[in-house]
Design a protein around this ligand. Structure first.
Ligand code: ATP
Length: 200
């Protein structure tokens, strides 16, 4: 379980998040929509531990394994797709059969044929899918996904949602997206507006 208690975030004099209190239940999917600049990424970064709130509390059980797929590409342009999977495997100390799993994820996401390509050569949509494959590679309990289908056409988006439905089964997922999240996820739909989170 993840609990946010009166969470506030200010940048300079501006309050981006204005007192968010919510409980995220294990195994549920949370879809966060909201206008550009409303603070969706900021909220995900706080959940991921990349940003600190200005005030309020974030309680995340320390047994939970979180993986975060950011909106910006945190990738190395001179390394290949496979190098990135290898780096993630090393960072998470994966041992058994991670290569097999990595190949399957890349295939499911439609980028297996780019395994040996340098990331600098990939399109925005291919980078987006690599970013997701990296987040999905290790075992996890919570997936924090920022715009998982941006830069993707309808077919590639479909591949992403299918992969997330399979790989995310039983996990808590928090997904920020301007695109609608398929109803098969039965998401709790939130709107972030004016620093406040409303259930739709
Ligand atoms: N490190 C920072 N320093 C100062 N301001 C920031 C910082 N990070 C974000 N902001 C500001 O906070 C606001 C919320 O940004 P955020 O990226 O969280 O919005 P968002 O809802 O994810 O937007 P989008 O839908 O366009 O991705 C924006 O006005 C942004 O300029």
């Amino acid at each position: 379980m993840i609990v946010l208690q009166d969470l506030r975030k200010r940048y300079g004099g501006r309050e981006i998040l204005s007192g968010i209190t919510v409980t995220l239940e294990t195994g549920r999917v949370y879809a966060i929509a909201g206008p550009s600049g409303s603070g969706k990424t900021t909220l995900l970064q706080i959940l991921a531990g990349y940003e600190h709130p200005t005030s309020g509390a974030v309680q995340v059980s320390n047994t939970l394994r979180l993986e975060y797929a950011p909106q910006d590409f945190l990738l190395f342009s001179t390394l290949t797709v496979w190098h990135h999977m290898r780096l993630k495997a090393a960072a998470r100390r994966l041992q058994e059969r991670w290569e097999e799993r990595a190949h399957r994820l890349l295939a499911d996401l439609g980028i297996a044929n780019h395994c040996r390509a340098r990331v600098g050569m990939l399109s925005g949509g291919e980078r987006r899918r690599l970013q997701l494959a990296i987040a999905l590679l290790p075992p996890s309990d919570v997936l924090l996904l920022d715009e998982p289908t941006s830069n993707l056409d309808a077919m590639a988006s479909e591949q992403v949602w299918e992969t997330l439905a399979r790989e995310g089964a039983g996990k808590t997922m928090v997904i920020c997206s301007h695109a609608p999240i398929p109803s098969q996820f039965e998401p709790v739909r939130w709107q972030l507006r004016g620093g406040v989170l409303d259930v739709e």
